[in-house]
Design a protein around this ligand. Sequence first.
Ligand SMILES: [Zn+2]
Length: 223
Amino acid sequence: MIVTALSTAHQDYLKTVWAMTEWDAEPVTSKALGAKLGQPPSTVSETVRRLTERGLLRHAPYGTIELSEAGRAAAVQMVRRHRLLETFLVDYLDYAWDEVHDEAEILEHAVSDAFVERLDDRLGRPVRDPHGDPIPSRDGSVPGLGAVRLSERHDPATFVVARVSDADPDLLRHLTGLGVVLDSPLVLVERRDFAGTLAVEIGGIATELGLRAAEAIWVLPAD
Ligand SMILES: [Zn+2]
């Protein structure tokens, strides 16, 4: 399946279904998909029907939506485009990590496959994007990260920031202000569930993170 043969809308649907299950195990429903894409139920059910007819989606039990093998391959190609473009914007055009998502959303539909491969070459075949998200390889394999959400950690420990969710630019700017940088240390000093915060140390400075912010940060143990 050549992903550029699909319409922009179909590309977005497949990519979104894939992305919705990348970090969360929740099954994808029409309602959740519509909310994510900002589209009404009638549009969602019609588009899902067409993609199912094309053999790219399938209906799973309880009305949930899953990618077929071909659908997954197409989705992963879109994710590869998106993340390589984000990396390019940060590395070569000095965009900040909170600015690249919307730009990549546009460009990912416009560039050719040849452009994507040249970009990958020029960038040195990166395996993670500016938010730490794994970049699928050309053959569709996705490097594993093995990181966990900071909000799910309970005991004091020193971690390394492995990934930050790019869903909310305001939150990304907030984290930038606190000194959160990919691959740098973050110490969990004390979890304060009673206050909904985590006492942490970032760059040697003590600060507090709200649980919502901690949900957007994935960490690995520092060794
Ligand atoms: Zn990203």
